[in-house]
Design a protein around this ligand. Structure first.
Ligand code: 6XA
Ligand code: ZN
Length: 343
């Protein structure tokens, strides 16, 4: 399967995130993409190609224009105000306050457009995020050209980014941008399946009122886990999208046996929807060794996951999301893709 990868991912390299009350080195770091790329080369999954530039139009199909403008200038404004350290928000809106007016202050706008303090904006964030979106779009082009599957090795990831907000290490929603591109180029229906450990709240928000793009997500129960305020089973969509959002929250400690059952439910829902293509938000932070997550999948379980995804029987674009056990991330991701290809 063709792998789309851009060196520009390196431009997103934050120094620190706020985690457990401390400023710690960012978990979402360039080594993640490097180890995945190296493993894919070792096992012969490829060829590995650079993305083609698709310009701003596909981003504007999914994201708010004011938000995209903010992302482009945030770093320059931040440096002018505070100097050359990662831009992190510190203030958010609460009930009884107002977000009618977009703040003039860069600090105010960081809070206005974000939902966590773990997602630094750096000098290269915009370029890295657009290269990741272009990777997903190039992958969507491959499906349109008739490929059975493709893998967009996106960094930074995307599934927490909404129409007008960033967070959870995500700025542009690569999976939603790819799904929209498939819709805009002839697919009548597209499904997005999110197997990252965390709920894809951004993808859900973007697709909430859409009946033409189904969103299905397996993730840690938000009662216990980030992003806390999205991902419950009773969130089913609204308007034309009512019934086209399926959340399958799972408890801490979930192992392959329980995960596989939920994955079968997800697969059945996707088959019933009969889409023309499937976009998989592929996070490998369901791994037992992940430093910030609490599921218990083993490396060999990712082979089984790939085979189960192949069983859905659709042209499939994999889009990289989370996974922070860096030493094992390459093996785990390659196992999903290899399990899919060899099914
Ligand atoms: C909170 C945890 C961010 C999770 C990012 C992730 N700092 N999302 O992996 O899929
Ligand atoms: Zn995750």
């Amino acid at each position: 399967m063709i792998v789309i990868y851009s060196e520009e991912h390196r431009l997103q390299s934050g120094r620190s995130e706020l985690n457990d009350g401390q400023l710690v080195p960012c978990y979402e770091k360039p080594e993640r993409a490097d180890i995945v790329r190296t493993r894919l080369e070792t096992v012969g999954i490829g060829p590995i190609l650079a993305p083609e530039s698709h310009g701003p139009a596909p981003l504007e199909r999914v994201h708010d224009a004011g938000y995209l403008g903010f992302l482009q200038t945030a770093w320059t404004e931040w440096v002018a105000e505070h100097g050359d350290w990662d831009a992190l928000p510190l203030n958010w809106v609460a009930p009884g306050m107002h977000r009618r007016v977009v703040p003039r202050s860069i600090d105010g706008r960081l809070g206005y457009y974000s939902f966590d303090a773990g997602t630094p904006i750096t000098a290269g964030t915009w370029r890295a995020a657009t290269a990741a979106a272009d990777s997903a779009l190039t992958g969507a082009d491959r499906l349109r050209a008739g490929d059975r599957c493709a893998f967009a090795l996106c960094r930074p990831p995307g599934h927490h980014a909404g129409r007008a907000f960033y967070g959870g290490y995500c700025f542009l929603n690569n999976a939603a941008i790819a799904a929209q591109s498939l819709r805009d180029n002839g697919a009548a229906r597209v499904a997005v399946l999110d197997v990252d450990y965390h709920h894809g709240n951004g993808t859900q928000e973007i697709l909430w009122e859409r009946g033409d793009v189904l969103f299905v997500s397996l993730h840690a129960d938000p009662a216990d886990e980030f992003p806390y305020f999205s991902g419950h089973a009773d969130e089913t969509g609204a308007g034309a999208g009512e019934g086209f959002n399926l959340n399958l929250p799972l408890p801490w400690g979930t192992d392959w046996a329980a995960y596989a059952e939920a994955l079968a439910v997800a697969a059945a829902r996707i088959r019933a929807f009969a889409p023309d293509a499937l976009v998989v938000s592929l996070g490998a932070d369901t791994y037992g060794g992940d430093p910030i997550s609490r599921f218990r999948l083993l490396s060999e379980d990712f082979l089984r996951m790939g085979a189960a995804l192949a069983g859905i029987g659709l042209p499939t674009l994999f889009v990289m999301e989370g996974g922070y056990a860096v030493a094992d991330l390459g093996v785990n991701v390659a196992n999903v893709l290899g399990g899919f290809e060899n099914a």
